[in-house]
Design a protein around this ligand. Structure first.
Ligand code: DGP
Length: 113
């Protein structure tokens, strides 16, 4: 199965994005279809399809992504915010390159849909 997605093109800068943060391991940019005043996507540079295919060797990377999520939320001035990782089509995943949604700036309901 191909690892190629729209996020691969964003990582290669073939498609522009509203970049928020970048380092050697990951890139964050604003979601094109925001569900809240702040809606940022954080993606690893490594093409991992979703958490179902993440491996033991990705442990450091996955931890890094969570810590970067918190850094970004704080930089955005958020004290309450949510991370969402959709895994699989029935869970709402549409882009098959692992990504963390960082969502905030309004009251968030629970349970999610
Ligand atoms: P998910 O449904 O969890 O797979 O989330 C994919 C998200 O990616 C969705 O909220 C819309 C966003 N998205 C899709 N294509 C693009 C794009 O080209 N640019 C940006 N910034 N976001 C995109």
């Amino acid at each position: 199965m191909s690892d190629e997605t729209i996020f691969s093109q964003i990582l290669r800068k073939e498609i522009p994005c509203d970049e928020i943060y970048a380092d050697k391991q990951c890139l964050a940019f604003r979601d094109i279809q925001p569900q809240a005043p702040i809606h940022i996507l954080l993606i690893p540079r490594k093409a991992i399809r979703n958490l179902n295919t993440a491996k033991q060797e990705d442990t450091q990377l996955l931890g890094h992504l969570l810590l970067v999520s918190a850094k970004i939320a704080q930089q955005q001035g958020l004290s309450s915010w949510r991370t969402v990782i959709n895994n699989g089509a029935e869970a709402g995943q549409t882009v098959f390159h692992l990504h963390i949604h960082i969502i905030g700036g309004r009251t968030l309901n629970w349970p999610p849909g």
